[in-house]
Write a protein that binds this ligand. Structure first.
Ligand SMILES: [Zn+2]
Length: 149
């Protein structure tokens, strides 16, 4: 039902991940179940949900952290987000962020927070990696404020 932009012609996060998983069951409406690649999964216990913006929410009911799941199939967390801003290397002394870069980074960190909030809303506890990632997001947002201040 959501408006899908056609501007982005790259493979969607869903296409990328689903094609690498076994015993995928499409549950309709942007939802799938599959065998978790991060543990010896015999009956599908990995839930995958596509948000309207293309972001994938991944949850293993056996408790595998999301980063372990994506790494098991050769992907990384960033692959769960559409049109991810390129990772920046740390700025050299005297080098400055331009506002567009700061805004792109802020938008991306907001997505990270959204994924965490969605997960918590469904009653799924955030694991240590998730909490660490949120702390990183908070740190990057504070750094962004300093950059534009
Ligand atoms: Zn698992």
């Amino acid at each position: 039902m959501g408006f899908k932009t056609t501007k982005n012609v790259q493979t969607s996060p869903a296409d990328l991940l689903i094609s690498r998983l076994d015993r995928v069951q499409h549950r309709g409406n942007g939802r799938w179940l599959a065998c978790c690649p991060a543990h010896g999964d015999r009956s599908p216990s990995l839930s995958i949900r596509e948000q309207s913006d293309g972001t994938l929410l991944v949850h293993c009911f056996a408790g595998c952290p999301t980063d372990a799941v994506v790494e098991a199939v050769g992907l990384e967390l960033g692959d769960l987000f559409p049109d991810q801003p390129a990772e920046r290397s740390p700025l050299r002394p005297g080098e400055r962020w331009v506002p567009r870069d700061v805004l792109k980074a802020v938008a991306h960190e907001a997505l990270v927070a959204l994924v965490a909030v969605e997960s918590a809303h469904r009653g799924e506890p955030l694991d240590k990696a998730d909490r660490d990632r949120l702390a990183t997001a908070a740190g990057r947002l504070r750094a962004a404020v300093r950059e534009v201040a």
